[in-house]
Design a binder for this molecule. Sequence first.
Ligand SMILES: *Cc1c(COP(=O)(O)O)cnc(C)c1O
Ligand code: SF4
Length: 335
Amino acid sequence: MIHRIEPACQTPPWQQSLAGAFREPEAFLRYLQLDRALLPAARTAARQFGLKVPREFAELITPGDPDDPLLRQVLPIGAEQLPSAGFGPDPVGDLDKAVGPGMLHKYQGRLLLIASGSCAVNCRYCFRRHYPYQEAAAYRHGWTQAVEHIHQHGDIEEIILSGGDPLTLTDSKLAALISRLEGIPHLKRLRIHTRLPVVIPSRLTNELTALLGSGRLQSVLVLHINHPRELSPGLVEGLQPMKRAGISLLNQSVLLKGVNDNADTLVALSSGLFEAGILPYYLHLLDRVAGAAHFEVKAERIRQLQDELRARLPGYLMPRVVREVAGAPAKQPVI
Ligand SMILES: *Cc1c(COP(=O)(O)O)cnc(C)c1O
Ligand code: SF4
């Protein structure tokens, strides 16, 4: 089926916001009324992995609070520079397993495409921080190899667009890809993993809803929300048309020290997600990427948190606690 997208006469608001994101530590600290003493370390750490924060996300951060859980996810700090045993540049060993440019066929029945090399926000804990994802992206060759690979593998039922953030692609680029995917008879589901609407809610355009809600493939949108305060009114409102269009909404979080490593926060997150029409899917343990050791939660604490969550949440609001293990046939449950 052909998806019709009206030609945009001007740059959509979300792209303007993306272009206007904070990238200078100095301007960002000033906007948040934070101590200038944080600046030298922020500048040094940003040289390795740049600061990038859209204004809509900055507005959710409490001004003047250096320990704000949302700030902690995006502000470059000195601790990133400390060497840490067991933390390396490629903790998941992903790119060695590529079956083509930006194509990971690691799990049965599902093909993951690195659909875009960039993100709307640079999260300090991200495994992407050391990777040349630009070169790895599957769109590089017009998706041709990816589409061929799926054609040749009749067992692939689900295509997962990941990244980077696939929603950095415009609606018309996504439409072009999706119409090619719809032409593959054995493909049933399209899943998109994204944090973009969390940091720029206006990314949830009517075109995107139409695109994901009306095609032949069943669509699943997996949001990456780590803290209940990230469920902004703009995000929650923007998701409702998607819900009505029959798009399944799931969430995955990363367990992060100083951000969401307490039961009250995680219970409020699950409850807030459900109110917004989203089901908790995964609570990931941190990938042990160099520069992110200060986000790691100790094993003993993880156990306590899991017990407390299980006691306080209905089963359907309990996220599956998992970790990525190189070479394993699926994400591994943490017990
Ligand atoms: C995480 C991941 C998936 C999806 O796994 P689910 O458990 O289905 O969410 C698929 N392919 C790759 C390469 C992954 O890393
Ligand atoms: S891939 Fe996800 S976690 Fe990593 S920087 Fe992009 S949005 Fe953040």
